[in-house]
Design a protein around this ligand. Structure first.
Ligand code: SF4
Length: 430
């Protein structure tokens, strides 16, 4: 389900901040985004011994079931404990019921090592203190199972914040470790993680950890000698929690496209003292493959205009990639939140004439999109059908989170995600 939240108040202001000297249009109004429960779709695939128990309503159950699909041959690693409408006097019962659901689940599924209780936004769930429930259940089920909690609520959020909240919940569990290490933060497809690991190995960076890990029992250590690279641009809270544990962020653009991947890897290589010639030799084959893969898409995309509605927080790096490597004309880069520090490198690479907007007032933004008549709009599912009906070719932003797009060997696939809708429309027009 898409969550419609916020006031209809229009509050626009041109801002300039020292970290991001470009003007940013700030909007607050009706937003149209998926909620943070959506992150379970990719997180349950990534952390293979974790289970995600949504504590929510029937609506939450429908969302998660339709977004993640039904696994017929495998035991699912997500479910919804439906909390019905009840008053505060019924809270003790709700806690008892939750404990029973968890007991039943864990006795049936001995493979689960970490259980995430995922909060949602119905009022009857908000009344439940899930962090206390997680502490209580952890006491019962440790050392076999660790129980953690985070919120996937659709109030004042956007769907990628679910991953941020999940990873932030893991950070206090990371063992303290003073050894120098590089930590790559953000869920990546296993194939992408393997590619990056090989590249860091070839550069001679000895200890590289990934958060989240594939197995929740193998949490990486963290400490003052941990330097971390964000692989996803929506991890503000996770980064803050890691910094509280003493780790330091490596400033870099995000690993999308030839330029983004090269600069992201080089930012880490410099910190770990990798000589430039060794770095160049390591990345040269991947860069060449990616450049070749992009060539055939450049013809289709060059000169085409694109408009980003705010949805995934991936919008600035995608806009940078599409404009600089494929010649697209970026009209507006809408993003739900703009972390000026994490985005500083990306903002510096965006075309001067692209409007950057933060937040949403959907009607205003639709008007701007109609006026601009772009060749393509990147938006959430709720806006895609109406825009298509008005003749605008659309790309669902959620696909960009479900698909492996980071790394050299995925650059061509990333470009193809944008050529395909244009190709489909051209065919329909014949
Ligand atoms: S958490 Fe809120 S927005 Fe998300 S599915 Fe449940 S009720 Fe809907």
């Amino acid at each position: 389900m898409t969550a419609f939240t916020g006031q209809t108040r229009q509050d626009e202001a041109e801002l300039r901040s020292p970290a991001a000297p470009r003007p940013v249009l700030k909007e607050r109004g009706q937003r149209e985004v998926f909620c943070g429960l959506t992150g379970i779709v990719w997180l349950h695939r990534k952390i293979q011994d974790a289970f995600f128990l949504v504590v929510g309503s029937r609506t939450c159950a429908h969302l998660i079931q339709s977004a993640a699909g039904v696994m017929i041959f495998a035991e699912p690693r997500f479910a919804t404990a439906i909390i019905d409408d009840r008053d505060l006097a019924g809270l003790a019962d709700a806690n008892d019921e939750l404990d029973k659901v968890v007991d039943r689940l864990l006795s049936r599924r001995p493979d689960i090592r970490t259980l995430f209780l995922v909060g949602s936004c119905p009022s009857e769930v908000i009344k439940l203190d899930l962090s206390k429930a997680a502490q209580r259940l952890s006491k019962t089920h440790m050392p076999g199972v660790r129980v953690l909690n985070y919120s996937g609520s659709g109030i004042e959020t956007t769907f990628t914040q679910g991953e941020d909240a999940c990873l932030a919940a893991l950070v206090p569990e990371l063992p303290a470790d003073d050894a120098p290490s590089l930590m790559v933060v953000g869920a990546l497809a296993d194939v992408v993680e393997d590619q990056f690991r090989r590249l860091f190995d070839a550069m001679g960076i000895e200890r590289v950890d990934f958060l989240p890990p594939r197995e929740s029992t193998k949490l990486p250590g963290v400490g003052p000698n941990t330097r971390f690279l964000l692989a996803q641009p929506f991890l503000a809270e996770t980064a803050r929690c890691l910094q509280e544990r003493g780790a330091r962020r490596i400033a870099a653009p995000f690993p999308l496209g030839v330029e983004g991947v090269t600069d992201w890897l080089w930012a880490a290589a410099q910190i770990f003292g990798v000589p430039r010639d060794r770095f160049d030799a390591t990345v040269a084959p991947g860069r060449k493959r990616a450049q070749l893969a992009l060539e055939r898409h450049r013809e289709a995309l060059s000169g085409k205009s694109i408009f980003f509605f705010p949805d995934s927080q991936l919008e600035p790096p995608l806009a940078r990639f599409l404009s600089r490597e494929l010649g697209m004309k970026v009209i507006e880069v809408g993003t739900p939140f703009l972390h000026r520090e994490h985005m500083a490198e990306e903002l510096a690479l965006l075309p001067e004439d692209a409007l950057v907007s933060e937040g949403q007032d959907v009607e205003n933004q639709l008007d701007r999109c109609r006026d601009a008549a772009p060749d393509m709009a990147v938006c959430g599912l709720g806006l895609a059908n109406p825009l298509e009906a008005e003749g605008v070719t659309t790309k669902w932003s959620i696909e960009l989170v479900f698909t492996p797009i980071q790394g050299f060997d995925q650059a061509g696939d990333l470009a193809e995600l944008f050529t395909r809708p244009l190709d489909r429309r051209a065919r329909l027009a014949v």
